[in-house]
Design a protein around this ligand. Structure first.
Ligand SMILES: Cc1cc2nc3c(=O)[nH]c(=O)nc-3n(C[C@H](O)[C@H](O)[C@H](O)COP(=O)(O)OP(=O)(O)OC[C@H]3O[C@@H](n4cnc5c(N)ncnc54)[C@H](O)[C@@H]3O)c2cc1C
Length: 616
């Protein structure tokens, strides 16, 4: 994980397009009204400072979130949010919402408390989106649901400030950059304010949506009377758009065929330039609560059944957020999860979008002369190009596997056997997760042992050409090896032994470097995003020997939490639990539990540092 660092942008008056997210906070703060909104050829607004009116008071620079990102990150929210999967118990609300209808549950609670809710609504013609603040429950129908292009927040910061000062309660849901704008504008923590943002892929140009809608209005012969992004009519996963027209005709298309969604999700051409270098990714987040889609929930051990109507990923980032979420629990179905369950399927939490592969300027120029469907035809990849690209990816993928498996028939036989021919192998056939045994790997797996492959594993990866070092895996009768998700890389020279009836589980991405030994007689669980350096030994047992002492146990499970880094040559002994985020120093002998986010070293190991953070 990496926080995106870029050089500090210049003052607002010298901003270029990539510096401004368009949160509009500077318009609201400017007393002499020296900042005006200028919409550029792409349809995005930017602040323009009228120098004649500007008193150079510095208020706009002082509150611009783009200039104060570090300050914002130190605002009391946590890097390790509480993560919950949830949806609204009211199926109608869930259906009308973009994900699980969690926003509506939060908003209803705020109305119950007599407070105000601030959220985005379409203008009457659906050509624009703006935020409103209201304490009328009937407004929730308009606020509910994602609108995928930029919402105008001018005036909202002042309104919220006024309400909070009067002691009114306010809940706002907006893009992370807008919440950042609000926090900077207020410059003060308010107990009566709940901030909610969403996991944001990027924010799109209103002009592109207008062009899209104009094209459709022409085609359908009438004005739009309702627009619903990510309608559930074709199921939550279809990302479909539904637009109703005044003549009762209906446009309903899944995302992969809807030109506006393609411009956003597939080509990234419609997002604001600053979204390519978005500063609001990663953790800590800026808001009390973050909402998103819980993509990949079907791959977890979730008890929730959302009928393809949407499950929200809820990140509770602050104490205030946790408390407010507790108060809606009667109205939702929910289950606790960890960040490691959300991240693999929602990279928008961590990384900004990449720029389009075509020339963005030409695409926007074309918009001024051609209808949107024709621009899309010209710039968005055709079915054939998509097919060729897919084939390229498959060939590259196959090439990389052949590189590891070489041309030894044994490796291919082992590949077929462990993935497709063994009776006791479980695989999620739809997801194409596979076990890749590199050449010189030795698999000795009892026919009654369970191998569960829900993530992929490259077994015996090696760097040095010509080396014939073996990588060994033995699983005895009734033992199990389970790869729950993610990608596991096991480097050459590693030796994994799972005895009769014992269970070794990988919970997510893990790298196991050369010469590691994992000796499992009871249960060993390895979390997601774990790095295990060379020559580490992990054992949950004392081997074949016993100490003659009352209460003595020869075996005890080992649990390694998420995001743990184990240094070279460390020994992890039976019964140990290593907490999330911990670092085990090289050569440490770990015989007692390790607290989350601590650094331990020595023999026997002891904590030498708390609150450590690491990344790779
Ligand atoms: C542009 C955009 C990109 C998104 N990208 C992702 C993503 O990559 N991954 C992911 O998991 N989730 C993403 N989401 C969030 C997701 O679509 C849902 O909004 C979120 O999960 C909440 O859903 P819900 O069912 O709880 O509530 P909903 O009722 O759907 O909540 C909608 C709330 O979002 C606010 N909102 C809607 N449109 C806008 C807008 N244009 N500007 C500011 N605020 C708005 C409204 O005020 C409303 O309060 C995105 C949302 C938007 C608007």
């Amino acid at each position: 994980m990496e926080i995106i660092n870029r050089p500090p942008p210049p003052k607002i008056s010298q901003f270029t397009e990539k510096d401004c997210m368009g949160c509009n906070a500077c318009f609201d703060i400017c007393g002499p009204k020296a900042i005006v909104q200028e919409t550029n050829a792409e349809g995005f607004w930017y602040p323009k400072v009228i120098m004649d009116k500007c008193t150079d008071c510095g208020a706009c620079d002082a509150i611009c979130p783009e200039l104060h990102i570090n300050e914002l990150r130190e605002n009391g929210t946590t890097k390790n949010p509480v993560v919950v999967a949830a949806y609204n118990k009211d199926e109608e609300v869930q259906r009308a919402s973009t994900s699980g209808g969690l926003f509506s549950a939060l908003a209803n609670k705020m109305y119950d408390e007599g407070g105000y809710v601030c959220g985005a609504v379409y203008t009457d013609d659906f050509y624009n989106v703006e935020h409103i603040v209201s304490n009328k429950r009937e407004d929730l129908v308009r606020i509910r649901g994602s609108k995928h292009f930029q919402s105008n927040m001018t005036g909202i910061y002042r309104q919220i400030n006024k309400l909070l000062r009067k002691g009114e309660k306010v809940l706002i849901c907006a893009a992370p950059c807008q919440i950042a704008g609000l926090r900077m504008f207020l410059r003060k923590e308010y107990e009566n304010l709940i901030t909610v943002d969403f996991i944001c892929l990027g924010i799109n140009s209103p002009k592109i949506f207008q062009k899209h809608l104009e094209s459709l209005e022409l085609e359908y012969g009438a004005k739009a009377i309702s627009v619903q992004a990510k309608t559930k009519d074709l199921g939550w996963r279809a990302l479909a758009y539904k637009i109703k027209f005044a003549n009762n005709k209906v446009y309903l298309k899944e995302g992969s065929k809807d030109n506006f969604t393609r411009s956003f999700v597939e080509t990234h051409s419609s997002v604001r330039p600053a979204c390519y270098v978005c500063q609001y990714k990663d953790f800590p987040r800026i808001s009390d609560i973050s909402l998103g889609d819980f993509w990949g929930i079907e791959d977890t051990k979730s008890k929730l059944t959302d009928k393809n109507l949407g499950t929200s990923a809820v990140l509770l980032n602050s104490e205030k957020g946790i408390a407010f979420f507790e108060s809606i629990k009667n109205n939702i179905e929910s289950q606790d999860f960890s960040l490691a369950d959300v991240l693999p399927h929602n990279q928008a939490l961590l990384h900004p979008l990449k720029k389009p592969t075509f020339k963005r300027e030409e695409f926007y120029k074309a918009l001024d002369t051609l209808p949107f469907d024709q621009v899309a035809k010209k710039y968005f990849p055709s079915k054939l190009v998509k097919l060729v690209n897919k084939a390229k990816i498959i060939l590259q993928f196959a090439g990389s596997k052949i590189k590891h498996m070489g041309f030894l028939p044994k490796a291919y036989f082992q590949f077929l056997w462990i993935n497709f021919l063994r009776k006791n192998t479980e695989r999620n056939r739809l997801r194409a997760k596979l076990f890749y045994p590199a050449r010189f790997s030795v698999l000795d797996i009892h026919k009654q042992a369970l191998v569960s492959i829900k993530g992929s594993i490259l077994f015996g990866y090696k760097r040095i050409r010509g080396s014939r070092m073996e990588t060994r895996l033995a699983v005895e009768g009734n033992g199990s090896l389970e790869i729950e998700r993610g990608r596991i890389s096991v480097y050459y020279g590693t030796d994994i032994l799972v005895f009769k009836g014992a269970h070794l589980t990988f919970k997510g991405d893990a790298t196991i470097n050369q010469g590691v030994q994992i000796i499992c007689m009871d249960a060993i669980s390895i979390g997601a995003d774990v790095l295990i350096s060379r020559d580490v030994v992990i054992r949950d047992n004392d081997g074949g020997h016993e100490i003659m002492k009352e209460g003595y146990r020869k075996t005890a499970p080992v649990v390694i939490g998420n995001h743990v880094w184990i240094g070279q040559g460390a020994m992890i002994m039976k019964g140990v639990t290593i907490g999330e985020g911990a670092i085990i120093a090289a050569g440490a002998w770990v015989v007692t539990d390790v607290k989350p986010n601590s650094l331990v070293m020595g023999d026997p190991s002891r904590a030498v540092q708390k609150n450590v953070e690491w990344r790779h």
